[in-house]
Design a protein around this ligand. Structure first.
Ligand SMILES: Cc1cc2nc3c(=O)[nH]c(=O)nc-3n(C[C@H](O)[C@H](O)[C@H](O)COP(=O)(O)OP(=O)(O)OC[C@H]3O[C@@H](n4cnc5c(N)ncnc54)[C@H](O)[C@@H]3O)c2cc1C
Length: 376
């Protein structure tokens, strides 16, 4: 677990200027990119305004298989074989064809970082002019630049909430235990969106996400926590993009939330940040190793991301439709959805949007060995 705090005052010396690859953002997307470059011989600098793993950015739920193939099971907290969905009229229990797990954010980040051979500096990124990135510790340049800075897309054309395709999410992290992965589709908590409770061994992550950025979720997050007799403590929240954006712009690679890689409807953005981070890292690696030009890598990565557009669009369609369904009709639909074959079919399709096998090819040897040990 990282123990250093973010450098302040005199510790913030100017950054060294030139690197082969500059990765801005050291959360899921940025760390996945850096890890994919391990052993390539490239001089990689990763920057973030916080120390690695210092600021948790989500409820940290992911399909278990993704933790396994990435060799990250040491950060695992709890596994769930079913999803419980509450509506005002019915509670549905969906037995999933694959399991979902919660993990510890600092531990996962530190495991990812262990497998990269990049350098890291804390710095706040403010913008870019061509290949020069501006930070509060001076300018840094690199022929290959990655924006993994989250929804703000600092190095490209950014978004301004609330007039942007962004959802908002807020959660509390009370200490406690629980057995079920639960969500609530209930207008008491949010007119368009859902509430959740994700147990993670000794804490429970209880929150509300609204697809409408104008709906404030603070009061209803407290309401849901009260209803569950959990304490509303240790808040964390953020904007969540729900529309895919260009994965490249003006020579920069965008990965994770900065490219809108978070899935609409479910707001699942961790495995997609890994998935597109790995894809981006593989392209960068091909450039570093002289197998592709920068222009080729940009085109290939852009096309790879765009190739997923229809999947993101259909998720967005469902995100828009579900809040419009009258609650009684939704209850009837959910009852029908519990049919085993339908659950298997829909959740398998959902997993295939960013399938775990993708992580297996071309992984650094340390990760592969760790994954094999965990499987054994
Ligand atoms: C309340 C909530 C719960 C969620 N729960 C889940 C969940 O359970 N499962 C799931 O799959 N998804 C979940 N999500 C979505 C998920 O958190 C995001 O999709 C995911 O974090 C995207 O990863 P990322 O690396 O692209 O961006 P981020 O995780 O947002 O990381 C961006 C990084 O950039 C750094 N940064 C930002 N701006 C600057 C700057 N100017 N200078 C320097 N550094 C900067 C940040 O410090 C951060 O480290 C949740 C989101 C919210 C808000």
């Amino acid at each position: 677990m990282p123990t250093r705090r973010t450098a302040r005052g005199p510790a913030r010396t100017p950054l060294a200027r030139d690197h082969d690859v500059l990765v801005c953002g050291a959360s899921f997307a940025g760390l996945a990119v850096a890890r994919e470059l391990a052993g390539s011989g490239a001089g990689v600098l990763v920057v973030d305004r916080y120390e690695i793993g210092e600021r948790q950015t989500s409820a940290c739920g992911i399909p278990t298989e993704w933790l396994r193939v990435m060799g990250l099971t040491a950060s695992h907290r709890q596994t769930f074989g079913r999803l419980v969905i509450h509506t005002p009229h019915v509670t549905a229990r969906l037995e999933l064809p694959w399991t979902f797990s919660t993990f510890d954010y600092p531990e996962l980040c530190s495991l990812l970082w262990e497998e990269s051979d990049a350098a890291f500096e804390t710095a706040t990124v403010s913008g870019r002019t061509g290949a020069v990135v501006h930070t509060d510790r001076g300018d840094v340049s690199a022929p290959l630049i990655v924006d993994a800075l989250g929804w703000r897309r600092v190095l490209g054309r950014g978004y301004q909430p609330p007039d942007a395709p962004l959802s908002r999410g807020l959660e509390v992290h009370p200490w406690g235990v629980g057995d079920e992965l639960e969500i609530w589709i209930d207008r008491r908590y949010v007119p368009a969106g859902y509430g959740w409770s994700f147990p993670a061994r000794d804490e429970v992550r209880v929150g509300v996400g609204s697809f409408d950025p104008r709906f404030h979720v603070k009061d209803t997050t407290v309401l849901l926590a009260d209803d569950l007799e959990r304490e509303a403590v240790r808040y964390q929240g953020n904007w969540i993009p729900h529309r895919l954006r260009d994965a490249t712009e003006d020579g920069v690679f965008f990965v994770g939330d900065s490219a809108g890689h978070c899935l609409p409807l479910t707001a699942e953005g961790i495995r997609t940040a890994f998935y597109f981070g790995i894809a981006c890292g593989r392209e960068l690696r091909a450039v570093v190793e002289g197998r592709r030009t920068v222009a080729e890598a940009l085109t290939r990565y852009h096309d790879f991301s765009t190739g997923h557009e229809w999947k993101f669009r259909s998720m967005l369609g469902a995100q828009r439709l579900i809040p419009r369904v009258p609650p009684r009709l939704l209850a009837a639909g959910l009852q029908a959805m519990q049919w085993r074959r339908f659950v298997d079919w829909s959740f398998d399709h959902y997993l295939r949007i960013a399938p775990p096998e993708f992580a297996a090819g071309g992984r650094p040897p340390v990760a592969r060995r760790r994954a094999e040990r965990a499987a054994a």
